[in-house]
Design a protein around this ligand. Structure first.
Ligand code: SF4
Ligand code: SF4
Length: 362
């Protein structure tokens, strides 16, 4: 792709990082909300290069990590039904529930199938008309259009044995909760890149206008992140509260009209339960009444089980940026990618997994 090489040029990036905040004396806390940013920041060494008064904290940006314990336990319970096939993205397989994981249940012979798209689930439903195929609908605004499309097709083609276990979340309102939390002092946000390709820059403007917290939308190359951090710290330094988009090669101010309308044709805003953050109003998507026959909970008459936190795991505080994985007693010795105790160690985008991989611990 044109210009990508420049965004990966190590010496250009290094020079830019060195300039970031070199003339700022006070401590500045920046939250990167997206899990891919967390990984990129580690991979590029930005954490080690940036001046020590610039604190980078990770937020709730990985869809696997923020999925509630209750959701995982409910999905595991559903696998015990012979009339059900569970379909899921691969990352969800390893997430530990209270007593098991989908991967363990699969090894026990439960019918759990990994798919790359909700449309693959529809295909499985067509091939198995006598069984209910339930897709674990986990993700942010990025995955919502494909899930919406699967529901639209299922409705149009009258596929009666397809449903979703809903846990789709939306980002901007969640960032508001983090700003309102007095224990976390966020001076600026690095907004999620992929989510922003769908929703655009506009939905973050309230952060700058109402809460005086500037935000920057940046891409994922080391150069993108360096430009993003530089832009953000310049704004913080100059008390400029705006939302700036330095990822304009993919993100438009208004977002993707097509993707947004495909989401809201099928879904409407709802509350959502986030691991560690609890139930936050306006941060989820649920099927519109018209499509409720594709909602596994109403269709099968089930309720999500109660949340039972995992003993010793501090994923909740990590997702809020209040603690880092090195402060977890289980980190590395007990909890590692081969034996994840909490969700943040499972996903490629999880903060604990990033610390484990790039801090050379283990
Ligand atoms: S889905 Fe995309 S934007 Fe969201 S956390 Fe993952 S990489 Fe970041
Ligand atoms: S290191 Fe493991 S147990 Fe500790 S917070 Fe992270 S995922 Fe949870």
């Amino acid at each position: 792709m044109k210009y990508v090489k420049e965004f990966r040029n190590p010496s250009l990036v290094k020079n830019m990082i060195k300039k970031i905040g070199s003339d700022v004396e006070r401590e500045i806390t920046i939250m990167e909300v997206c899990g891919t940013h967390t990984m990129s920041i580690f991979k590029s060494g930005i954490r080690d290069l940036i001046p020590s008064n610039i604190k980078l904290i990770s937020g709730p940006g990985c869809p696997v990590c923020v999925t509630s314990q209750a959701y995982i336990d409910t999905a595991i319970e559903l696998t015990k039904r012979d009339d059900v096939i569970i379909t899921t993205f691969g990352d969800m397989l390893k997430v530990p529930g209270n007593n098991s994981s989908l991967q363990n249940e699969k090894a026990l012979g439960r019918d759990i199938r990994m798919v790359y798209s909700p449309l693959d689930s529809l295909k499985i439903a067509k091939e198995n008309p006598d069984r209910e195929v339930i897709f674990l609908a986990v993700g942010f605004e990025t995955t919502a259009p494909a899930i919406a499309l699967s529901i639209k097709i299922a409705s149009e083609e009258n596929i009666k044995n397809y449903s979703i276990l809903q846990s789709i979340k939306t980002m901007p309102e969640t960032m508001k909760q983090l700003v309102l939390d007095e224990d976390i002092k966020i001076d600026g946000f690095l907004c999620p890149g992929h989510v922003s390709t769908v929703i655009g820059a506009k939905p973050y403007e309230f952060l700058a206008n109402e809460f005086e917290v500037p935000a920057v939308i940046a891409g994922f190359e080391s150069g993108d992140i360096a430009i993003g951090l530089y832009t953000l710290i310049e704004m913080i330094k100059n008390n400029t509260n705006e939302v700036k988009n330095v990822y304009s090669r993919f993100v438009k101010y208004e977002g993707s009209e097509k993707a947004i309308s495909s989401i809201y044709e099928i879904f409407e805003e709802s509350d959502a339960v986030w691991r560690g953050l609890g139930n936050i109003s306006g941060t989820g998507l649920k099927l519109k009444q018209k499509y409720d026959s594709f909602n596994a909970e109403t269709k099968l008459g089930i309720n999500l089980l109660n949340d039972k936190p995992i003993k010793g795991c501090i994923c909740g505080d990590i997702l809020k940026g209040k603690k880092n994985p090195l402060q977890c007693k289980l980190f590395s010795k007990v909890c590692n990618p081969l034996n994840p105790i909490g969700a943040c160690m499972v996903s490629e985008e999880g903060t604990c997994a990033a610390y484990y991989k790039y801090k050379n611990i283990g």
